[in-house]
Ligand binder design. Structure first.
Ligand SMILES: [Zn+2]
Length: 263
């Protein structure tokens, strides 16, 4: 599932395709893939932003398109709207013949159109962006103190920090030497500070890895671009202490960690 680094890389690739011609038509193969698409017609894309795991296409006239890629979606520019893969579920046809297309093999990704006044309400439950000034170690510590949930579940909650998902939450906890199963509120201030540094380090490295993967055609497959320490490595030796990595079901997902050096 695309997390912050993957979604940011998609945003960067879209930005590189500017300037944009006007959107002439909003089309969809499936009703669920695009809501209120006609609101985009006749407007130009002015900018591409990201909020958490959401992509925002800023449009003329105070509107924006919000895309959520879910498990396997991608938003990209096609040189010719008529030549689109069968996995494209919705697309905006541009005046110059190109298209901005939502390509998703699993057909779970969504685009919806909103007025800019709705933005605050739409992202009300989204926590601070990790690379913004609002995401501080002090903020993270206050958040940890207020929850009885295990560290990993707390970290994946988008209210704690925007954009972190299953892979990078597991990697950040390994980096910080914290067990994903430990209650978040049992963490000392010093350990939360270490976790804060680990989150920024892991996301920064992930973003570099994803950018590099985009430059190698065919290399962009899940988990192949980031040098994972624990995620998906059940039974393999921990890169720090050599103990076997464990997989534990947690919150309906698999959590990977080293029981020896993550306490
Ligand atoms: Zn270990």
């Amino acid at each position: 599932m695309p997390e912050l680094p993957e979604v940011e890389a998609v945003a960067e690739r879209l930005r590189a395709a500017a300037p944009w011609a006007r959107i002439v038509r909003a089309r969809r193969e499936r009703a669920s893939a695009l809501a209120d698409g006609r609101r985009a017609e006749g407007r130009r894309i002015l900018a591409v932003d990201r909020r958490g795991k959401n992509l925002l296409l800023r449009l003329e006239g105070g509107w924006f398109a919000r895309a959520h890629l879910r498990l396997s979606g991608d938003l990209r520019v096609l040189p010719d709207a008529r030549l689109r893969p069968a996995t494209v579920r919705a697309w905006f046809e541009l005046e110059d013949g190109r298209a901005v297309a939502l390509d998703d093999p699993r057909a779970l990704a969504r685009i919806s159109l909103h007025a800019e006044q709705e933005e605050e309400e739409l992202f009300r439950d989204l926590g601070p962006e990790p690379f913004s000034g609002a995401f501080t170690a002090a903020w993270l510590y206050e958040s940890a103190r207020r929850t009885a949930r295990p560290a990993k579940i707390w970290l994946m909650d988008q209210r704690t920090v925007a954009g972190l998902g299953n892979i990078y939450a597991a990697e950040a906890l390994w980096e910080a030497g914290i067990s994903p199963l430990r209650p978040a509120r049992s963490l000392t201030k010093a350990r939360v500070e270490r976790l804060h540094r680990a989150i920024l380090g892991v996301l920064g490295l992930a973003l570099e890895s994803v950018r590099a993967a985009y430059e190698r055609p065919g290399a962009f497959a899940e988990g192949e671009f980031y040098p994972v320490a624990v995620y998906g490595r059940e039974g393999e030796p921990c890169r720090r202490c050599g103990a076997p990595v464990r997989r534990t079901p947690q919150g309906g997902r698999s959590t990977y960690h080293c029981a020896k050096c993550q306490k």
